[in-house]
Design a protein. Structure first.
Length: 104
């Protein structure tokens, strides 16, 4: 259950970040509202996860998985630049996430 809740937290964190992109500096009402809704859900999920998981592991996975997903989404859907350095950096983030769980 903790992994499902952590996954939901990550998904809503990513949705919140995507909403930030569409909020255009809080000038667009609906995306601006969604930023707070999605981040609220994301943080609530993280709070529940912290009852069952160490904070260093849970937060590390939550933050880094969100970062890696947003980087990939940015390149695919927002036409952000793609470079070997970005791909390698994302790979290191993913390896770090796996390392947090494997070596716990």
């Amino acid at each position: 259950m903790k992994w499902l809740m952590l996954s939901l937290g990550i998904v809503f964190e990513v949705l919140g970040t995507i909403s930030m992109k569409y909020a255009e500096g809080f000038t667009k009402l609906i995306p601006s509202i969604l930023v707070f809704v999605f981040y609220g859900i994301s943080l609530a999920a993280l709070v529940f996860v912290l009852e069952k998981m160490e904070v260093s592991i849970a937060y590390g996975i939550w933050a880094s998985a969100g970062t890696a997903l947003i980087a990939i989404i940015g390149m695919i859907f927002f036409q952000e630049s793609i470079s070997p350095a970005k791909i390698i950096s994302i790979a290191f983030i993913i390896i770090g996430i796996l390392g947090l769980e494997i070596f716990d």
